[in-house]
Design a protein around this ligand. Sequence first.
Ligand code: UD1
Ligand code: UDP
Length: 358
Amino acid sequence: MTMQRILTIIGARPQFIKACMVSRVIRQADDIEEIMLHTGQHFDANMSDIFFNQLSIPRPDIQLNVHGGSHGEMTGRMLAEIERALIKHKPDRVLVYGDTNSTLAGALAAAKLHIPVAHIEAGLRSFNMEMPEEINRILTDQVSDLLFCPTEAAVQNLNKEGFASKSAQVLQVGDVMQDSALLFAEQAIPPAGELPEGFILATLHRAENTDDPERLEAIVAALNEINSTFAPVVLPLHPRTRKLIAQSDLELHAHLIDPVGYLEMVWLLDHCELVLTDSGGVQKEAFFFGKACVTMRDQTEWVELINAGANELVGAGKDKIIDAVTRNLGRKVQDAEQLYGGGKAAERIVSEMAKAGT
Ligand code: UD1
Ligand code: UDP
C-alpha cells in the first residue's frame, strides 16, 4: 500500500471548523497522511487558536504569517510562501476549503506545480463577481480535479459550467459543516458573562456590507431598532466589522461580544430565537439548529434554504431587515430532506481521496 500525502491549506475561521472534521477521519485512515498549512490569514487568538484548542485540531505543521493588505497582495504573498512549502514537502495532493484568499492561493500554487487539487465546497455560486469569494471559488474549481460539492445546486452549477465533459470528478458528498454541528452540539458551552433572554443571534462581516458605508449604516440602524424594540441582539463582532465601525461615526447598540469559540457559537445557535447574518456558514448552522434565518445579502449560495422556506434574503435595507425579523422571530424550521447529507461528508471525502490515490 502506498501512503498518500495530502497537504491541507487553511487560514480563516470557517476553514478550521471544516478541516477539523476531515482531519479526524484522515487520522483514522492508514493510507493517507496529512500535513497542515495555516496561512495566517486569521490570527487573533479568538479567530484561530481557540478553534485548534477547543476542537482538538493538531497544530499546523507549517505556520505562515500572511494577513492584511489588499486582496492581491495577500493572495500573492500566500502564493509565494505556499509554493515554497509545496516544493519542500512534495505532497501527492493539495486540499483546500471554501472561497477565501487562502483557498485560491493554495489551489493556484498547487496547480502551477502540477499537484492535483481537491476542493471542499466546490460548485457554490452567488453569481456576483463583485464578491471576492466568487472570484476565489470559480478559479479554485477550475484548477481542481476532485470537486467535493455540498449540495445538489452546487453539482448543477458545475454541470452548467461544462465540468461534466472534463476529466475532473464532481462528487456530491454533503456538507462538512453539518458533520461539525452534529458532533459538537453535545459539547456546547455558554459564552462567558450574562446574556439577555430570548435573543436574536447576529453576525456581520461580509465585505459587501462592511465596506459599503450606505449598507453598513442601514444595517446598523436596523440592528439598533430591532435591539431596542423587538428582541435583544447578541452579536459576536468580527474584527473587520469592529474596525470599520470604529472608523465611522456609527453607533451600534446591541449586546456586543468578542468573537467566540465554536462550542460557544453552537450554544448561541441552540438558544437563540432567530439568526440574522451575512455569513455563509451561519446560514446553514441556523438550519441545523432548527432556527429560521434572515440573511443580509442580495444573493446566497445556499439556495436550497430559500426554497425550503428556512431562510429569507433581505439585502441591506433597514425596513426589509426589520420586517423579516419581526415575521420570523421564534419560527422553527426542519431539515426534512437532509439537504446537507446528514453528517457523513468527511467520511465520503476521505474515502474518495483514498480512491483517487497518489
Ligand atoms: C475572510 C474571507 C471571507 C470569510 C471570512 C470568514 C477572503 C477574501 N474573505 O474575510 O470569505 O467569510 O474570512 O470570517 O478571504 N482581522 C483581524 N484579526 C483576525 C482576522 C482578521 O484583525 O484574526 C482583520 C484583518 O486584519 C483585516 C480584516 O479583519 O483588517 C479582514 O480580514 P480578512 O482575512 O482580510 O477578511 P475577512 O473579512 O476575515
Ligand atoms: N463562528 C464562531 N464564532 C463566532 C462567529 C462564527 O465560531 O464568533 C463560526 C460559525 O459558527 C461558523 C463559522 O464560524 O461555523 C463561520 O465563519 P464566518 O461567518 O466568519 O465565515 P463564512 O462562513 O461567512 O465564510
